[in-house]
Design a protein around this ligand. Structure first.
Ligand code: ADP
Ligand code: MG
Length: 704
């Protein structure tokens, strides 16, 4: 027999075929269980009363307590309405009924204390409340239990069929009243685990989240349900990690190593920041542990991730292994190759570059040298994970700017090890994501963070200007160019096929060429429709300082280093998301001079766009920006955390529930360290549910 909660919603008393269709289409509710997961978005506290003289026009449903002073019927026939004056001593409000006049009227008595509940609206300066709920104070006091009333999300279409918040609450009541003591809501943990983590039963949680007894029980209910959501994601990710670690062995880098030491003393032209030191220690610890490392390294642009990567690679070489660094584009691979070769010049290592444009003959030699182990460090693009590329003994792979790599490409790297060993993996990203989100999306990876910039860096000054100030901005650009600096001007081109965007870019380019005439000024243009070699050519000219201004779409490479570029002008900045704006800003500020980021927008800005501009102007801190971004957009839109339109969380709010997340993660770690296979009897429920979850939610955690 089907479990009770899987019953089709159509069979719930008060639903039927038509409403079932509506519930499905408007809210995705198909079963009893789905209805239970339709959580209230707020609660009205029925122990609190508003005062009439302090009603705000945007008050949602409120509760008043007072007496009726007059009742009258206004209008004729179908336009007829019943109006009652209601006062609480601070003011008067009109209660209005258009329907049910006949049976409401006799209930409205003088000299009796009433409680009324509804949404006030302002009509010509005074307030009224249409179709309020009302009852005597005496009656309400007999029902102490219903102090907090759930308010449910609804839609216009649903409201037409009386499925507004109240209508939904009625259905919920029908369902929830069938639950207590029937065992329909399965428990997920053993009693000891529940006690240790202060969890009320799941049944109690569902009952109280919809019909809270009081504030305290509501708090406990919400905690329990959020804990469940977060705990099973963590448990699942940690389990995945355990499975991988048990299946594969990681190379052990036991030696601290001569190369690392020599690099540190002879090659490093500056001191590492404390954050860099800490991360190097974390990586070293992993690499010596005998377990395969899967680590995510987050660090804002310019925080110095390359050095950390480099030292990790030297550690591999010190221990007789090869190391590879994979970048998302040729330009970036070449740039890494140049930097790293320069840094390591004294160490006499064989470093090679392999990209799509490596000539066939050269490639053959490279392949051979990789197989024999002659090459110590290989730097390249996707080309280095092709099947033909075989290593002698690959110990470490570093992936830079990981968000451009797919899971499958990453998985391919696992197979590049030798003798049953899997190379260690370090994934570097300059797109900080909030810690809570990182724990959710990359919970199977360990994370390191470089949260400190090298000393002496001047923070980029960010300004927000309206389009009308363009001539002033041009003057400013001229000044900077006169000082020998270079300028980026970026246009949004959300999709390269959008004709209008493209026209903006071309118009912008033309107006800049007009205002910055040759031969005094040289202007480059770069966009996605150009051929690869043409793009490289323009980028190269700009890098070499042969052009002063680079007009482009967002195709300007993530991570490209032009230290002499000191100004970034972003056109139609309101059309970019926060993290994208922050990424773009990271293109400047790489040299010693003061750098600027100028956000150009029109006057008419929505609230959200204004918050984005203000955030950019206020802070350079990528993590702070990521937090705001998550608050504005919700976690679903960020980093592809949403699968097939179904949000990961029904009740958790990642920007607010970080603490519960941490508790849930700790609990999962503890549980698995005590019982890695979940074999113990007291964990049987947990195991059962985990298996179900793994079936229901295919790999959403690895979308990036
Ligand atoms: P990103 O994290 O964006 O990849 P890079 O590794 O490219 O940053 O470093 C940015 C610049 O800062 C480079 O020129 C690098 O040599 C320099 N750098 C890195 N670490 C330090 C440090 N500790 N002190 C001074 N300069 C540093
Ligand atoms: Mg970098």
């Amino acid at each position: 027999m089907k479990p009770f909660l899987e019953t089709s919603i159509e069979f719930l008393a008060g639903v039927g075929t038509e409403r079932a269709k509506l519930l499905r289409e408007e809210f995705g509710i198909r079963t009893y269980n789905d209805l239970l997961y339709h959580f209230p978005f707020r609660y009205v506290d029925k122990t609190q009363f508003h005062q009439i003289n302090s009603i705000q026009s945007d008050d949602a449903d409120i509760q008043l307590r007072g007496r009726i002073t007059a009742v009258r019927t206004v209008g004729q026939a179908r336009g007829q309405r019943l109006v009652a004056d209601f006062t609480d001593g601070t003011g008067v409000i009109e209660l209005v009924w258009f329907k049910g006049i006949k049976w409401v009227k006799p209930k409205l008595l003088p000299n009796i204390d009433y409680v009324v509940f509804g949404k006030p609206s302002n009509y010509k300066g005074s307030y009224n409340m249409v179709h309020p709920e009302f009852e005597t104070v005496e009656a309400q006091q007999k029902r102490v239990s219903n102090a907090l009333v759930a308010v449910y999300p609804s839609t216009e279409k649903a409201k037409e069929k009386h499925l507004d918040s109240k209508g939904i609450a009625r259905l919920m009541n029908t369902l929830v009243s069938q639950l207590p003591g029937k065992g329909h809501i399965a428990e997920l943990y053993g009693p000891e685990f529940r006690q240790k983590n202060h969890l009320v039963s799941r049944e109690e949680a569902f009952i109280n989240v919809h019909f809270p007894r009081d504030t305290e029980s509501l708090k406990k209910a919400r905690f329990r349900l959020k804990f469940d959501e977060l705990f099973f994601i963590q448990l699942r990710l940690l389990k995945l990690k355990l499975i991988n670690q048990n299946k594969f062995q990681g190379a052990v880098f036991a030696e601290v190593g001569e190369l690392v030491n020599r690099f540190y003393t002879e090659c490093l032209p500056f001191d590492l920041t404390e954050a860099q030191k800490r991360v190097v220690r974390e990586i070293r610890h992993d690499l010596g542990s005998g377990k395969q490392m899967s680590r995510l390294l987050q660090g804002d642009v310019g925080s110095g991730k390359t050095i950390v990567a480099l030292m990790s690679m030297l550690l591999a070489v010190d221990n007789g292994y090869q190391a590879a660094l994979m970048a998302p584009t040729e330009i970036l691979a070449e740039q890494h190759f140049a930097t790293i070769t320069k840094f390591l010049a004294k160490l006499n290592l064989h470093i090679a570059l392999l990209t799509g444009s490596t000539k066939t003959a050269e490639r053959k030699v490279l392949h051979e040298q990789l197989r024999t182990g002659e090459i110590h460090i290989l730097i390249g693009t996707h080309a280095l994970i092709e099947d033909v590329v075989q290593f002698h003994k690959l110990g470490l792979v570093i992936v830079d700017e990981q968000h451009r790599f797919g899971v499958q490409q990453r998985a391919k790297l696992w197979l590049k090890g030798n003798d049953g060993e899997v190379p260690h993996m370090l994934i570097m990203t300059a797109t900080p994501i909030p810690r809570t989100l990182a724990m959710t999306v990359y919970g199977d990876l360990d994370t390191s963070v470089i949260d400190e910039l090298p000393p002496g860096r001047k923070p980029i000054k960010t300004l927000h200007r309206f389009d009308s100030a363009r001539q002033k901005i041009f003057d400013f650009m001229r000044q900077e160019i006169a000082l020998g600096r270079q300028v980026y001007v970026v246009y949004p081109l959300i999709s390269e096929s959008e004709k209008l965007d493209f026209k903006h870019l071309e118009d912008g380019y033309e107006s800049i060429v007009r205002d910055f005439p040759q031969p005094q000024y040289q202007v480059s243009i770069l966009h996605g429709k150009m051929k690869a070699d043409q793009k490289d050519y323009e980028m190269q000219r700009f890098k070499e300082g042969k052009t002063h201004i680079m007009v482009s779409t967002t195709v300007i490479e993530v991570g490209v280093d032009v230290p002499n570029a000191s100004v970034m002008v972003i056109e139609s900045a309101e059309r970019f998301g926060l993290s994208q704006l922050h990424q773009l800003r990271g293109r400047v500020g790489r040299g010693a001079e003061q750098s600027y980021c100028i956000l150009m927008t029109g006057y008419a800005l929505g609230q959200e766009a204004r918050t984005r501009m203000e955030t950019m102007v206020r802070t350079n801190d990528g993590f702070e920006i990521a937090e705001v971004d998550m608050r504005l957009r919700g976690p679903g839109d960020i980093q592809g955390t949403q699968q097939s339109g179904k949000p990961i969380f029904q009740i958790t709010n990642l920007s607010k529930d970080g603490q519960i997340l941490q508790l849930a993660r700790n609990a999962a770690v503890e549980l698995l360290s005590d019982d890695p296979e979940l074999e113990k009897r007291e964990n049987a429920l947990t195991k059962h549910y985990l298996i179900q979850e793994m079936k229901n939610r295919p790999n959403w955690a690895r979308v990036s």
